[in-house]
Design a protein around this ligand. Structure first.
Ligand SMILES: CC(=O)SCCNC(=O)CCNC(=O)[C@H](O)C(C)(C)COP(=O)(O)OP(=O)(O)OC[C@H]1O[C@@H](n2cnc3c(N)ncnc32)[C@H](O)[C@@H]1OP(=O)(O)O
Length: 418
């Protein structure tokens, strides 16, 4: 058996991309074979300097990739993030510290580059807390029992002068990116989407690992013709034994920049003849959908789990990037196993702006950087984390004061997987 010291962790060379993909497929328990099409596709977007491989001799046994991303802070600022993906260690080389070495290299480089946070979506909950990541957003999925929802069967489109039209992939590639940009600028937790995202979502780029089924795209326009929402869904083909339709519509994406668009598009997908169930796809946990139905209990939660994880790399930049609805002072002692963000910081915040500076004042709260990651987008509560032992209150009432400053009225949401 090779020891951990025989394993070389380093950025891959361009000619190592096929071996690296093979190792990644192996780690994700997919057929390991690599097609020319996959090599060509991945070569267009993986950044060799930020794509790490772990090598045992010539064999790639670990994969790790990061790329530049923007994540929206509370208040709408786009924050520089180090997005991490494609993390695997081949089963023959597990638990020898290979992931720990790849993560340490990448986070140190991100900190040196000046990234404010690192982000990822965790395959399993227990993996990333040890590296300073905290679960920062939740994804929820509902299944709507359409006949029970109580919607008017005579619904013939939005009654607000706007309209819903089915459009093709060309139109989606024209209109979708602008709509998504508007959404993500106002949605804490949202991330930027690449042009490739829109190509794969519309079949303009076909990947041999993901068989293509053309979905339906419904576009909402206001009475003035302004696009404000786009819904993409597929429908299965199921009939009951008594010849009754039992089709399920599965929402793949819903981008709405106004409540009117959100209302109209949910109403549209819940009012398609033959469709008796709607699966919403991963939505914000406080999505309006259940309460747009006359009977909200017709929408049952089928998935609810942590989604975007945040690792704060620069406490000052992260806390100054977001806005605050009230005024207050918070002194935080941040502990960090990797030392990247360790320190004591004073946050002076108000609706007019915020400043955060290193300080020697006594801290009100002591917390690991992972807990700060969970609090940063406004979703988690310091009072709850104190009860769980993940935040320590030095000054009585400090957790409550932190909640008054940090929490938000709508919950953060990351619509995308990466
Ligand atoms: C952002 C993404 O890409 S998510 C995808 C993550 N990848 C996967 O889930 C694919 C299948 N799993 C794997 O490839 C590997 O098991 C990995 C990448 C999760 C872990 O790689 P390893 O090299 O085994 O991790 P490493 O040896 O560095 O472990 C470090 C510590 O984390 C712990 N750990 C690692 N993985 C897990 C896990 N899945 N569950 C619980 N603890 C874990 C180890 O026990 C170890 O703990 P210790 O420091 O107390 O001894």
């Amino acid at each position: 058996m090779s020891s951990r010291h025989d394993i070389d962790v380093r950025p891959i060379r361009a000619d190592e991309i096929p071996d690296w993909i093979r190792a990644m497929n192996t780690g994700f328990l997919r057929p390991p074979s690599v097609s020319e099409a996959e090599i060509a596709d991945r070569s267009t977007y993986i950044v060799p300097g930020r794509t790490l491989g772990a090598f045992d001799g010539d064999r790639c046994v670990g994969t790790f990739r990061s790329f530049a991303q923007e994540v929206t802070a509370v208040g709408g600022a786009a924050v520089r993030a180090d997005a991490i993906s494609n993390v695997t260690v081949t089963s023959t080389h597990r638990r020898r510290g290979v992931l720990t070495r790849m993560m340490a290299q990448d986070l140190a480089a991100a900190r040196d580059r000046g990234d404010t946070v690192a982000t990822l979506i965790a395959a399993e909950y227990p993996i990333y807390g040890r590296y300073g990541f905290g679960a920062a957003t939740t994804a929820a999925e509902w299944t709507v029992d359409v006949p029970r929802a109580g919607l008017d069967p005579r619904w013939a489109g939005p009654g607000d002068g706007g309209r819903v039209d089915l459009v093709d992939g060309d139109e989606v590639r024209k209109t979708g990116p602008g709509l998504h940009e508007r959404l993500r600028r106002s949605q804490p937790g949202a991330i930027d989407r690449s042009e490739r995202w829109w190509q794969t979502a519309t079949g303009a780029l076909l990947l041999d690992r993901a068989p293509w089924t053309e979905p339906f795209h419904a576009l909402y326009r206001t009475a003035d013709g302004e696009p404000e929402g786009l819904l993409t869904y597929t429908v299965d083909d199921r009939w009951g034994d008594a010849k009754q339709p039992q089709q399920t519509a599965k929402v793949k994406d819903l981008v709405a920049v106004s409540p009117a668009a959100e209302r109209a598009l949910w109403h549209h997908v819940c009012s398609i003849d033959w469709v008796t169930a709607v699966r919403t796809g991963w939505r914000a946990p406080d999505d309006l959908l259940p309460h747009l139905l006359p009977d909200p209990r017709a929408a049952a939660i089928t998935t609810q789990a942590d989604w975007l994880w945040i690792r704060i790399l620069d406490v000052v930049a992260a806390l100054e990037a977001r806005t605050y609805a009230s005024a207050g002072v918070l002194v935080l002692e941040v502990t960090d196993p990797d030392g990247l963000s360790r320190g004591r910081y004073r946050l002076d915040a108000s609706p007019e702006g915020a400043s955060c500076t290193p300080t020697t004042e006594e801290a009100g709260l002591v917390l690991p950087v992972a807990s700060l990651g969970s609090l940063w987008l406004g979703d988690e509560s310091a009072v709850r984390l104190a009860a769980l032992g993940r935040v320590r209150e030095v000054r009585a009432g400090a957790a409550l004061s932190a909640d008054a400053l940090l929490r938000t009225s709508r919950r953060p949401w990351c619509p995308d997987m990466f």
